[in-house]
Ligand binder design. Sequence first.
Ligand code: FCB
Length: 400
Amino acid sequence: MNDTSPTFLWGASTAPHQIEGNNVNSDWWAREQQTPGMALSGDAIDSYHRYGEDMRLLADAGLNAYRFGIEWSRIEPIPGHFSKAELAHYRRMIDTALGLGLTPVVTLQHFSTPKWFADEGSWMVESAIDRFARYVTEATSILDGVEWVCTLNEPNMLAMMGTMMKAAEAGGGDWQSPTIEGDVQMVLPPPDPETGHRLARVHDRAREILKERTGAKVGWTVANQALTAKPEHQARLVEERYVREDLYLEAARQDDFIGVQSYSTQEVDGNGPVPHAPHPDNTLAGTAYRPDSLGMAVRHTWEVTGGVPVLVTENGIATGDDTRRIAYTDEALRHLGAAMDDGVDVRGYLHWSALDNYEWGHWEPTFGLIAVDRETFERRPKPSLAWLGGLARSGKGPTS
Ligand code: FCB
């Protein structure tokens, strides 16, 4: 029997740029205008104004946690100028969650940054460390009563975007969505290791500030690809794992928790990652249907971090078929339960995503427990929301 205490977090996750709308001071907003063919985020799903309704739907379904982000580019639209009104907005979100009985899990940076920060060189320059530290220091003013804080979302993906930005600057390669494999079979380039090491220092500094000024548990969230290889490619597997994942997991060894984000598996051969072959079971994001990836990701994370408590901060499936979403999640949770049976300390499960949203340049891959009419912004909960809420209400953790 796994964790049956009421403190097991059952919830859903979102990111500000994907749901808020009109995030006009961010680097992503600019990139959307500049990249031919890229879908615009526009109003997104207007969660900036409708967050209360969104949270109420989650709480009414029975969930007890909500992971959301605060948007740096709104809080610091101009270097060194902090908006008190935007800080108050995010404080209201925290209060709303607490008032509804949802434990807030707050992400300080989820892919998007202020445009000015990107213009300065983003995470690829040393000044990033001080810039982020200054923002985090301001952000601590609204974090009273928040128990879980994620500093950076998927630093390994941020470093991978660094590789793409460097290539684009050098005139090679188009911008590629970080989360969609696309029509052409392609694999994401490796994260830039120099940027990765700098991000680890960004995180260390942020953790120090948060530990000094708040009572929150601090961690970051890592994209886990559940890499696999045939016996003859083990050496390459170890290399790829280090560059794509383990560097970031090792950097979490001093943390209070590690956020695990898992969707599918990725095979590696002698040349690196192998593109997913087209298959009728592939998800709308182009990845293979592999609910077992969550168990693999959690076990690998536990091993590399040396036993840092795990919070599943993202897991889900891009599908238009909600029955398939339930089947995928049900199986993923069984694998999670099995890892817990084997001793992995898992504190919660936060499904990606609460709502169908703007998927970094695309609208088609829908991950939500709640559908949204993009003309009227009407929210329509899917059966998967009630199903997941039911598990939460049972008062038990995942079971194998
Ligand atoms: C993750 C991102 C999240 C979302 C999901 C599908 O890599 O953190 O914002 O795009 O993938």
